[in-house]
Every structure is written in structure tokens, then in C-alpha cells.
Design a protein around this ligand. Structure first.
Ligand code: ADE
Length: 224
């Protein structure tokens, strides 16, 4: 999978891809992430990329021309499955969206800044708009990292068996059951006896029941 991330602040996104599991995914050639600085497609000697909104109002708008040039250049080089704009106005990211994107080959993530992007960029290029939650960030960069992480970890070969994505919270619309490791008792708190029983059928049943109980308690909407 190849992800091209377009932003005014690519340096904000460097470390997640240089660390731990995402780093290994890059090194194994399972994922490629390329950063593009919008300033490289800026206009005039002032390297302008934003301007005041027509109709007035607070905040600057990212101009259509630099973004159109940048995206058009990328599109001339390969076919993109989706061109995604990270914005609080988008569809809220969930596991189903991450799963769907994880089988794509080429993706563009566009990070917004200031008040947002000129509507014509959306009309010309954007195929999907994604929000990572009902709150506003200073820009789309952290959201792009969240989205990339949620997708790249699903690529075959990225996680090993123990980390398997199949047992994640949300993969079957249930939150995780409680998990324990050594010691058996800590400050008077003991590991549930069933987990020490060696009866894997009973353990699986307990884990499922606990997952349902916790999901009912915290996220009943997931069971609807
Ligand atoms: N940009 C600013 N806030 C955002 C959010 N919640 N999700 C995605 N992109 C954003």
C-alpha cells in the first residue's frame, strides 16, 4: 500500500512512521508513506497557500490552485483508490472504514489547516471525507496519522500472531474482555480463576461473556 500525505506541516507526522510497528511495516515494504508539502505548489514569490474567505468571516482558507496542482500531479503518476480529506465534517472513522481502506493500493490523505480548504478542491478531487471524532484539532495531520495507523496495522504481515488484529476491540463490534499477566495476585487483586483452569473452551466463553458485559455497560450502541 502507498499513502501520499499532503500537508503544510509534514514534519508534524514524521515520528509515528519512524517508530515501532509502523516503522517495521515500512522497512518490510508492506507500506510506503510519502509526504508532500503544499508550499512546494504555492503561488507567487510570497509562496502563498491561503487567503481570506469570500463573503467575509474569520480565518484563512487554503487556496484551490496549490492543492489542485499537487493532487493533479500525483494523479498523473498513478491511479488512486481514494482521495481522503481529513476534516471534522467527515464520516467518523471506525473499524469498518479502516478495514475497507486496508485493501486499497494507493491512497491520498489531505490535511486541512486554518479554516479549511476551498470547496472546489472537494468538488474536483476528494472522494471521501473522514473525521476522527467530534472535536476540532489544529489541523488534519494528527488525524492523518491516526487513520494511517488504523489502516497500516491491518495489512497482512504487519502484525505478528500475538498482536493479531482479529482479536481487537471493535473487530466484531465488541469491546475487549479484561486481560491479565503475571503475577497471579497483586495488592490483593487476583486473576480470575477461570483463566488459570486450562479449560480453553470455558475460557473463551468467559472472555466472550465479559466482552458482551463490558460493551453493554460502556457502548450499548455497538450492540444495536
Ligand atoms: N481536522 C481537524 N479536526 C479534525 C478531526 N476531528 N478529524 C479529522 N480531521 C480534523
Amino acid at each position: 500500500m502507498r499513502i501520499d500525505i499532503i500537508s503544510v506541516l509534514p514534519e508534524l507526522m514524521e515520528s509515528p512512521f519512524k517508530t515501532s510497528i509502523l516503522k517495521r511495516a515500512m522497512e518490510k515494504g508492506l507500506a510506503e508513506v510519502h509526504f508532500h508539502n503544499i508550499r512546494d505548489w504555492s503561488i507567487g514569490k510570497h509562496r502563498q497557500i491561503d487567503d481570506e474567505p469570500y463573503g467575509g468571516g474569520a480565518g484563512m482558507i487554503m487556496m484551490v490552485e496549490p492543492l489542485d496542482k499537487c493532487i493533479s500531479e500525483l494523479k498523473s503518476q498513478r491511479n488512486y483508490d481514494e482521495i481522503i480529506y481529513l476534516t471534522p465534517d467527515g464520516e467518523t472513522l471506525n473499524q469498518r472504514i479502516a478495514n475497507t481502506l486496508s485493501i486499497k493500493k494507493n491512497l491520498i490523505f489531505l490535511c486541512g489547516h486554518y479554516k479549511g480548504i476551498d470547496q472546489r478542491v472537494r468538488d474536483l478531487h476528494i472522494t471521501k471525507e473522514i473525521s476522527i471524532g467530534d472535536y476540532v484539532l489544529t489541523g488534519g495531520e494528527l488525524a492523518a496519522c491516526v487513520l494511517a495507523d488504523s489502516v497500516i496495522r491491518l495489512l497482512p504481515g504487519v502484525l505478528n500472531d500475538e498482536q493479531s488484529a482479529l482479536t481487537d476491540s471493535f473487530q466484531d463490534d465488541l469491546l475487549s474482555y479484561p486481560i491479565y499477566t503475571r503475577p497471579e495476585t497483586y495488592k490483593g487483586l487476583s486473576v480470575p480463576k477461570i483463566l488459570l483452569s486450562g479449560n480453553f473452551g470455558a475460557i473463551e466463553e468467559w472472555q466472550h461473556d465479559e466482552a458482551v458485559r463490558i460493551t453493554k455497560e460502556r457502548r450499548p450502541d455497538l450492540l444495536e
